[in-house]
Design a protein around this ligand. Sequence first.
Ligand code: PMP
Length: 433
Amino acid sequence: MDIVNNKRSADLFSKAQNTIPGGVNSPVRAFKSVGGTPLFIKSAKGAYITDEDNKSYLELINSWGPMILGHAHPAILEAVQGAVNNSLSFGAPTSKEIDIAELICSMVPSIEKVRMVNSGTEATMSAIRVARGFTGKDKFIKIEGCYHGHGDAFLIAAGSGAVTMGVPNSPGVTEGTAKDTLLAPYNDVDKIEQLISENKDEIAALIIEPVPGNMGLVLPTNDYLKKLREICTREGIILIFDEVMTGFRLAKGGAQEVFDVIPDMTTLGKIIGGGMPVGAYGGKAELMDYVAPAGPVYQAGTLSGNPVAMAAGLAMLHHLNDNPSVYTDLAAKGKKLVTGIQAALDRKNLPYKVTLLGSMVCLFFTDKEVNNFADAQTTNTEKFGKFFHAMLDNGVYLPPSQYESWFMSQALTDENLDEIIAAVNASLDSIEA
Ligand code: PMP
């Protein structure tokens, strides 16, 4: 990327290195795998994001998922503005926490009771602790290439920033912790059966992104999720769907609604906070009543259920619950975008693979069908980097990694989608001359 044209971002990035590790507060933001200078963002509205050099881009990150209605949606801003006048935090229960809990329980099929936390990471760490506490077992099965936040036990064959940075197994995670995380490839039921027979009666849980968005976007094949449900029921293993990405995005009840498979526990984040730092975990009452103070599994948070965050989340969830057309509308936008991308690939006779579910999209730079992490790793990440920068030059800001899903927002108009498709054509022309 032409640094001169992004002078202020370049200066800020250089300054940030002095006091922030790598200049960013979350690794993928640093553009490390695609090269160049990350854009420092000043503001965003609707489908557009504006950087410190006053350039605006159509964008398909949407804060990595939360901004499903587009940026600065009036209903959410109004809710937050109303809440801040009553102080920012109490550390005491509020009626809004009941409202959001009731709404979540009514929207997400598996959730009878729910605990609010501050991030997806906290949600998954807590859900695993409950599963272990409840079953009295230590081990759990994780799917290669799925990302469940940065809790120690999950940083084994982890996707997202961990694989983008080349550290799917992070230093600092002890061998003692790692040995309790058992690994299976996505879409492979036989490997799950094998792990279960090798670790008979030792497995507390199976945690999975039902539709992984952290190794690019990968879809389940051949009733995979239904089979996992059957196996977990048969073996007394707690099935946890990590719907931090897919929750309230694929449908108001998430992937579990779309595939009609009900897990024992569900973890949520991103959209649930409307852009504020919120996560949640929930499930069967019997399991959730194991959480303190109802039960013995400890989990707490000074800012959990924060009134401003709850106001933003409530406004977002109410909007989604009251307007089911959001999902049909987003699905139509997704279809239009992917049809355009496929036509661009066909025009140039390129074998790359596009995946789509609802408003989640991915373009894999490989000629192999991507059904798991090993397939995702056959992609040409260097080529993705070139494509990423060409798209930026053409006014579209994509997630700066091959191993991420693109997230669409409802703010994208038909005209915006035409612009993005034109950018895809122009970018493929420039990198595949
Ligand atoms: N689970 C999944 C499926 C995620 O995609 C993420 C974040 N991308 C997390 C957990 C962690 O959430 P957070 O970054 O809010 O800690």
